[in-house]
Ligand binder design. Sequence first.
Ligand SMILES: [Zn+2]
Length: 186
Amino acid sequence: MKKLVAEISGVVSVLDDMCINSCTAFVGPFADATECPVCQEPRYKVQKSGKKVPRQHACTIPLGPQLQALHRSPESAAALTYRDQKTKEILEAFRTTPLTDCVYEDIFSGSDLRNLVTNPEITLSVNDITVSFSLDGAQLYQNKKLDTWIAIWIINDYDPKMHYKKKHVLPALVIPGPNKPKNLDT
Ligand SMILES: [Zn+2]
């Protein structure tokens, strides 16, 4: 059933080999490396049969197919227009209200994002989606150190009342510990 859902939705997970000390994943410039470029730990363990098996995997759930899926229901697609409407309201409020009376009620109220959306080189349309990335360690067993690192995407385009609800938080990464991932770009 999980395989069928993955095929229909296009939402799949991708496994990449990684250093057992969490220095880096073996992707990009390290795709063909047989040992970690940082700590020199070998990438593979060799079984008795001579077969090489990766020692550790990181799991990525690509964002693109998950965002596409959000447009498949009319309710979700409508909810995603919040950011566009709210940004217009905020820009108008900041234009017509003294700064000391302006209410900061969403991340789009902040000056960094207000300056960004009024930059003529940025063409953010109602159909674009903006996300926030968040990563933290999780202790899954009572008597072990932080043993898994989990990253999520927050959809900023939903109303803040809903964008932190579990249903609307998208999974991004699961990285085994116990060490903190060092080269997150990989
Ligand atoms: Zn390493």
